[in-house]
Ligand binder design. Structure first.
Ligand code: IMP
Length: 497
């Protein structure tokens, strides 16, 4: 006979937090949002800790290098999508690792033989007025001079004037040596009243520009998530099919952590993948997705450094409709968090869990964390921002962004859903192609979301996530009290009356 779970499968909207005592020491500024990403032993520190409890979904529409840079600068981490050839995935990892706050690879470069007309044309394309003049016109060629808008007068100078006749030549330039810190570069900029400082290597090759105007913006990112060499942290999704080819290249490119990306991770293929990484590389790997203690323990015993939880709750997901598998996200987190705590008490090893998918309201985040999630993976949330890869489109006077599931025909990420041996004709969609409302810059939205989490934590009397998990009081809500929770019995001024 089948086993029946008595517990109803519930989701975040069915719960609320009951405030606890807010002490005077518990102010939003005093709340720490740090959380472990990888497992650790009792009394030890995790090898990787996030500064905010968010990671971005392993999806084509979400996690490319641009979003990864923006999120890591704000304290979280992206897992670059694996449903692409390994070369391009590795290149995205490299681009994140190469990013140095305030150090910009020059995107506008010409040679001394080019003309003023070329300068004006390039300026129109890039929108940038500082040009690197290199021997071969490449961003890292030998630096021969720079051109800025102070060097020419478009209305008077002949358009065929050669750059060599009006650029600021190398011997008149102040430069910085590769390896200097941003603070040192800024000191040079201030001492010499410069607007930009070219950074060169020992062979005089142009490496970066540091711009005066960028310094203030760098100071806006106190949470930046970087390694000991000041490089941003980045993760990568892998699958349990081509990992022998993919993983070595991703590790070589500098991936800090891997995650097996599967809609149902309670499988022997997943165990093989995790063990391959643990045996062959000195790296970190998460597994998933699972929704109960059995799945969690299986992946932990296979060697997973964290476990991802969630089946069927994603905004673009039709897995529950197609296959009838899954579990309400709140119930899944509560169950797996209990298994994680028991495992810790028994073995002294703490394996973080990630709540993946199904976040609709910002308060769901605090609930997931209070229920025991160590960090949260989101797709829809990040797909709305400028930095995500999806196209921004105007429809009916509203800006929208494209957001498509990895199990949709558009992404064709069949490995994520592969149960082994299925022929092409047996494949079916588990996700949809959709739009989400465009929401602007990642940082602006994130700051607001984090503000809400901090404020809710203060209401619960918690200054960090372990206090939140230990002290939160959580209640189920009835259908009628959900109605009470929204605006009611008034006519809103912003409604169509
Ligand atoms: P969201 O944050 O609710 O949009 O959910 C994102 C999560 O949905 C991802 O991290 C994946 O776990 C999951 N997911 C991504 N693509 C698909 C799909 O096509 N079908 C089902 N689940 C998906």
């Amino acid at each position: 006979m089948a086993q029946y779970t008595e517990e109803v499968s519930r989701t975040f909207s069915e719960y609320l937090l009951i405030p606890g005592l807010t002490t005077k020491a518990c102010t939003p500024d005093n709340v720490s949002l740090k959380t472990p990403l990888t497992g650790f032993g009792r009394g030890e520190k995790p090898a990787i800790e996030l500064n905010i409890p968010f990671v971005s979904a392993i999806m084509q529409a979400v996690s490319d290098h641009n979003l990864a840079i923006a999120l890591a600068r704000n304290g979280g981490m992206s897992f670059i999508f694996g449903s692409q050839p390994v070369d391009s995935q590795a290149e995205m990892i490299r681009r994140v690792k190469k990013f140095k706050a305030g150090f910009v690879v020059s995107d506008s470069n010409l040679t001394p033989a080019h003309t003023l007309a070329d300068v004006l044309k390039l300026k129109e394309i890039t929108g940038h007025s500082t040009l690197g003049i290199t021997e071969d016109g490449t961003p890292n060629g030998q630096l021969l001079g720079i051109v800025t808008s102070r060097d020419y007068r478009p209305s008077r100078d002949p358009l065929d004037r050669k750059i060599k006749d009006f650029m600021t030549p190398f011997d008149k330039l102040i430069t910085g040596q590769a390896g200097i810190s941003l603070n040192e570069a800024n000191d040079i900029i201030w001492d010499h009243k410069l607007n930009q400082l070219p950074i060169i290597d020992e062979k005089r090759r142009l490496q970066f520009f540091v711009f005066r105007k960028d310094y203030e913006s760098h100071k806006e990112y106190p949470n930046e998530l970087s390694d000991g060499n000041m490089k941003l942290l980045v993760g990568a999704g892998i699958n349990s099919r081509d990992y022998r080819e993919r993983v070595p290249e991703l590790m070589e490119a500098g991936a800090d952590v891997l995650c097996v990306d599967s809609s149902d991770g309670f499988s022997e293929w997943q165990r093989d993948t995790i063990q391959y990484v643990k045996q062959n590389f000195n790296g970190f790997i998460g597994g998933g997705n699972v929704v109960d203690r059995d799945g969690f323990l299986y992946l932990v015993e296979s060697g997973a450094d964290f476990v991802k939880v969630g089946i069927g709750g994603g905004s673009i997901c039709i897995t529950r409709e197609q296959k009838g598998i899954g579990r309400g996200q709140a119930t899944a987190i509560i169950d797996v968090a209990a298994a994680r705590d028991e495992y810790f008490n028994k073995t002294g090893r703490y394996i973080p869990i990630c709540s993946d998918g199904g976040i609709v309201q910002d308060y769901h985040l605090t609930l997931a964390l209070a229920m025991g999630a160590d960090f949260i993976m989101m797709g829809r949330y990040f797909a709305r921002f400028d930095e995500s890869p999806g196209r921004k489109i105007m429809i009916n006077n509203r800006y929208l962004k494209e957001y498509w599931g990895e199990g949709s025909n558009r992404a064709r990420n069949w490995q994520r859903y592969d149960m082994g041996g299925a022929s092409e004709s047996m494949k079916f969609e588990e996700g949809v192609d959709s739009y989400v409302p465009y929401a602007g810059k990642l940082k602006d939205n994130l700051d607001q979301t984090l503000g809400k989490i901090r404020s809710t934590m203060c209401s619960c009397g918690a200054r960090n996530f372990s206090e939140l998990k230990n002290n939160a009081k959580i209640t189920l809500v009835s259908a009628t009290s959900i109605v009470e929770g929204g605006t009611h019995d008034v006519i809103r001024k912003d409604s169509d009356m």
